[in-house]
Design a protein around this ligand. Sequence first.
Ligand code: UDX
Length: 449
Amino acid sequence: MEDNGRRWWRLVLIASPLQGHMTPLLQLGTYLHSKGFSITIAHPEFNPPDSSNHPDFVFLKLPDNLSGPGSFPSFLGFLQALNDNCRPHLQKHLVEIINAQKDESEKESIVIIHDNLMVFGGSVAVDLGLPSIIVHTSSAAFFPAYKIIPQLHHEGRFPVHDSLMQEIVPELKPFRYKDLPFINLPIQDAVESANMITPKSPPSAFIWNTLEFLEPSALTQIRQQYQVPIFTIGPLHKTSPTPSTSFLEEDTSCITWLDKQQPKSVIYVSLGSVANMDKKLATEMAWGLVNSNQPFLWVVRPGSVKGFEWTEFLPEGLVAEIKLRGLLVKWAPQKEVLAHNEVGGFWSHCGWNSTMESVSEGVPMLCQPISVDQLMNARYLSYVWKIGIEIVLEKRQIEDAVRRLLVDKEGEEMRQRAMEIQQNVKLAVSHGGSSQNCLNDLVDFILSL
Ligand code: UDX
């Protein structure tokens, strides 16, 4: 982007190879490109984005020598190796660009915008004297919650004693100790994970894929701790929609199937791109869905049931029952599914993208949080926004929860509240709304760097 005919801007966006992180980063790049900035997407070799969907971006592959988190005993180990291995190539590349621009009139201003897991972006920026902006693809509340873990550990409050689990963490109202990130990791991994992703020095700014009205207290808390601009520009799939960013192929046949169902009758089930479960639990889910007598669309990601390629874990009798009122797919066009009028509820692991996509369409949820930030997102959904029911993974309780959400008055009231939130999302992303204003401010801020 040319500024007064003198300066050019190259924004180097550093992507994490996880679906839930890659998608919002590409959406952000799309928005910034539409405002005239040159965009480089620096990404690990593992799980690369599809460059053909973004012909205007430059893609910089960072050799990582990794085959994914599965080859490491812990996710933390994977993350550390990813950061260590990707860093040298990025630094070398940027140094070459800077050295090649001897002529002041052709100088590009470089800004590093990095995913919060790709912490090496911040340290490369410090080394090279470049501005950096951290992008958070999870809730704002997640940040103070993981940041405080080393302190809680120091004070003897983490690992959490059973007697404290249901209590509210005084520094993190309304979240309970049981909602804390990394609570199900070994203690050392939990503390190291928190330390690793806490910025060592403040960035020039933060970006959050959230909405101001959804989490005012968390954002106030962060603003008190960091005197740098914070841009709340979500939900990015609404403020800056892009072509599909899925690593897996979307099965669009489910849209034709949805077309044949009754309005608000279908429960859509998906546990995101990372979560795995065992055969017993998956079978319990299947029985609960079948017995609820409601139509269901269930994403069973290949390999997500441990030890099985796809749905071979299901006994034959159950497969026949499923066919009567359900549809199983490997990967769905989720945003389109949630926007479909026949979908009345979303059974989710409460990843932040899924949460934002559901609230944007006014769809109430069944909450099955598994780890990391998902426990906090579920607390928001069930306790704060009151549009979610926490599900217990036993077939009768599942059956009951599905019917509570889709058939009972309780579910109808949740749907009403979800639709009120949807209206507020629409306002926030429209002209003059908080997210649109933040996007404009972000552009001005980058130009001021
Ligand atoms: C991860 C973490 O688990 C999550 O907690 C964190 O907030 C972001 O990173 P993931 O588990 O994949 O993400 O969940 P989520 O954030 O919900 O992202 C999943 C994405 O995959 C969503 O954008 C969803 O629309 C998409 N998806 C999922 C599909 O497009 N099709 C599917 O069938 C399933």
